[in-house]
Design a binder for this molecule. Structure first.
Ligand code: GLY
Length: 369
């Protein structure tokens, strides 16, 4: 088992990574689960797959799993999902010193973390992420939120878990498309800050996607180490360090908005295309060698992720895509910060990007020229 410590003064916590952690849930959680009844928030898909394992693990320690089971998908990450969660936790008599288990992907982690942040002014929670995307990104760092009518993740809190258990065995149940989406966030850490890890991803991406044990453990561990470093430096995204994690996301959110946040383009796929666009736009601005931008595009394509904007079948122009960007929650005093690249492994924040120029660039990418 690998371990990474997220260092945050009085709120530091461990991320444990490896196979078999779910089977060992009670021992791994130790004194955090201080009562016989353990409140677990999950969704119906994850419950169907893992309830038996969890109940056996807790039962062997003399504990009982108490389940709140949401419908799968983004709909749980809503005011309704939040009030249902908080009311259930109150009915379960969860106290401030207790820990709620968030068992699921990013939706369940974000929702449960937000509920924990407000329950009795803040109780504990343990992230047990079951998707690759959640293991390498959303379960670590304390961003919690729900979606509201005005946009995604617009209501939430920075609220850190007490422990993260990333069981790599559970990834075997993921659909290949979902696994590839998580891999987009893995390779992102190489592109934004670690050229050697990008080299490794080029050589071993196939092994990661095949869930070869050493490769998947190294991919998750290196990703979590990178995220832990960045979160320790800039927990609340104020100094700019954490904003680098948004590489590919400004372009990606515009693509998600244009495709209606649907199965047509999943978040990880949008981020993958977005990273290629950020790299090519960096080359257009003279920051990045064109050859490096194309190397990034090749690595994304080799993982079976969409590298080419022209292949998405969008019917819009570049201006329509930049119009979506104006609703980005990263808008700051009328400007939209972009994460661009000076090299592979050298992301930086550019606050002076001209959206008309971005629209012209996107017109070319939409045509595939
Ligand atoms: N997913 C980006 C962050 O945690 O800051």
């Amino acid at each position: 088992m690998a371990g990474v410590r997220v260092e945050l003064a009085g709120r530091s916590y461990d991320v444990r990574i490896g196979g078999g952690l779910l089977r060992d849930l009670a021992a791994q959680s130790g004194a955090l689960l201080r009562k016989p009844r353990v409140p677990i928030v999950t969704d119906a898909n994850v419950h169907a797959l893992w309830a038996e394992t969890v109940e056996a693990a807790l039962g062997a320690a003399g504990k009982e799993a108490r389940w709140l089971i949401h419908a799968p998908g983004e709909s749980a990450k809503s005011w309704d999902g939040l009030s249902r969660t908080v009311e259930w936790l109150l009915a379960e008599e969860v106290e401030r010193g207790d820990h709620i288990v968030a068992l699921g992907g990013g939706v369940i982690g974000d929702l449960t973390g937000f509920a924990a942040s407000m329950l009795k002014r803040g109780c504990g929670f343990i992230q047990v992420p079951t998707s690759l995307l959640a293991q390498v990104d959303s379960s670590v760092g304390g961003k919690t939120a729900i979606n509201v009518a005005a946009g995604k993740n617009l209501v939430g809190a920075f609220y850190q878990p007490a422990l993260v258990l990333a069981d790599t065995d559970v990834l075997a149940t993921l659909a290949p498309r979902e696994l590839r989406c998580g891999y987009a966030e893995v390779i992102k850490y190489g592109i934004l800050g670690d050229a050697a890890f990008f080299d490794w991803c080029e050589a071993h991406g196939r092994d990661v996607l095949a869930l070869e044990p050493d490769a998947i453990t190294r991919a998750v561990t290196t990703s979590v180490e990178a995220k832990a470093r960045i979160v320790a430096e800039d927990e609340r995204e104020t100094s700019g360090a954490r904003a680098l994690l948004n590489l590919g996301h400004t372009f990606g959110h515009a693509l998600e908005a244009e495709t209606g946040y649907s199965d047509r383009l999943l978040h990880g796929e949008a981020v993958a295309t977005g990273m290629v666009l950020a790299a090519r736009y960096s080359a257009r601005k003279g920051y990045l060698a064109q050859a490096d931008a194309e190397r990034i595009a090749s690595a994304i394509a080799a993982a079976g992720l969409p590298a080419e904007l022209s292949s998405l079948g969008l019917k819009c122009d570049g201006k329509a895509l930049t119009a979506h960007m104006l609703h980005d929650k990263k808008m700051d005093a009328g400007t939209l910060p972009f994460i661009l690249l000076r090299g592979i492994g050298e992301a930086f924040l550019d606050r002076a990007v001209d959206l008309a120029d971005v629209a012209a660039f996107l017109d070319g990418e939409l045509r595939g020229t």
